[in-house]
Design a protein around this ligand. Structure first.
Ligand code: COA
Length: 330
């Protein structure tokens, strides 16, 4: 028999170094605060120092989530880290590094790669393990340091991203918590947001580095279009499966990629601003970390309260998108 699953602990970590749009201009990037704010809504982002890796940020967020959950480390049966900026290319996984630093037993630990949709995929995956009683508690982390993978000479993309980590603990609950999930990918749109070199298709070489193909390449307009065309349908379909409509949503937590995308989706769903969470102005796009960071802040500032119906939607490279509908129970 399956059991209900809910989020019983949450936490976030942002590196202390604040980089404003004005700082980017001072760094020599051919842009302006006005352009960035108007096109994206971003005013600043956090950038991890050179010696801070993705697992360092994941560790800080996970510690807080574990403490809030009240679970002992011995009660965690699985660690999933959603990231596309792992500490090491290939192995060991960031999840294994995190498991060791947290002092967990030799429980399963793996990275999940779905770019900015990663947390949505990981939340849905972790939920299955608790729901079918394979695990008692699962630690799910979204963490990315895309500042280390952006092409700082490409003003069309480098202005968007920031670093950070968010974590949740999933456990069996009396009432349903994560009540519906919807995962999608459209590989035919893979080329609009990608890192072309450094993998097995085009191994790292002097030429790859010279051409900056080991860094993020993005066709901004195409990404924008695919994102707005996919997330609204996914949300409507997922709500429909559980007999709900947009009006039932108490808080929409969309991946923080661009304030215009957030506004468009909110309007399409007919939601007032008070039901559409946004912190993009302060953190930019933190990739897989954006949704758990936003959940943490929304709870802390009272935008998510016990009993609320929370809709989360991530979207990003792949192209991928993932919706999770959660009844907030804590
Ligand atoms: N500062 C100043 N000008 C800039 C700029 C910057 N940072 N970046 C691009 N421009 C210029 C371009 O060179 C272009 O100039 P031109 O008209 O003289 O050629 C002009 O602004 C318009 O460029 P364009 O790329 O068409 O702008 P846009 O309105 O599409 O906005 C994005 C660019 C990236 C902000 C927008 O496309 C976007 O947010 N897309 C989604 C990206 C995303 O969410 N990615 C992550 C998904 S997880």
């Amino acid at each position: 028999m399956t059991q209900n699953v809910g989020i019983v602990g949450w936490g976030k970590f942002l590196p202390p170094n604040v980089v404003s749009n004005f700082d980017l201009v001072s760094m020599g990037i051919d842009t302006s605060d006005e352009w960035i704010v108007e096109r994206t809504g971003i005013k600043s982002r956090r950038i991890a120092p050179a010696d801070m890796s993705t697992s360092d940020m994941a560790f800080e967020a996970a510690k807080i989530a574990l403490e809030r959950s009240g679970k002992a480390t011995s009660e965690i049966d699985l660690v999933i880290v959603a990231t596309t900026s792992p500490d090491y290319i290939g192995f060991p996984s960031t999840a294994s590094i995190l498991q060791n630093r947290l002092g967990l037993r030799t429980v399963g630990a793996f990275d999940l790669s779905a770019a900015c949709s990663g947390f949505g995929y990981a939340l849905a995956t972790g939920t299955q393990f608790v729901q079918n009683r394979t695990c008692r508690n699962v630690l799910v982390v979204g963490a990315d340091s895309l500042s280390k993978l952006v092409n700082w000479s490409d003003r069309g993309s480098c202005i968007l991203f920031g670093d950070g980590a968010g974590a949740v603990v999933l456990s069996a609950t009396q009432e349903p918590g994560v009540i519906a999930s919807d995962l999608h990918a459209d590989g035919s749109e893979g080329s609009i947001l990608m890192i072309k070199g450094g993998g097995t298709r085009k191994p790292l070489s002097d030429q790859v580095v010279a051409d900056k193909e080991h860094l993020i390449f993005m066709e901004g307009r195409s990404v924008f279009k695919v994102a707005v065309n996919t997330v609204v349908n996914s949300l409507l379909e997922t709500l429909g499966k559980i007999g709900k409509v947009p009006d039932d949503i108490d808080q929409l937590v969309l991946h923080q990629a661009n304030s215009r995308i957030i506004q468009y989706v909110g309007e399409k769903l007919g939601l007032p601003d008070s039901k559409v969470f946004s912190n993009i102005a302060t953190y930019g796009n933190t990739s897989a970390a954006s949704i758990p960071i936003a959940i943490d802040e929304a709870v802390e500032c009272g935008r998510i309260r016990p009993g609320d119906l929370v809709a989360t939607i991530g979207f990003g490279a792949g192209f991928t998108w993932a919706t999770n509908i959660i009844r907030w129970g804590v």
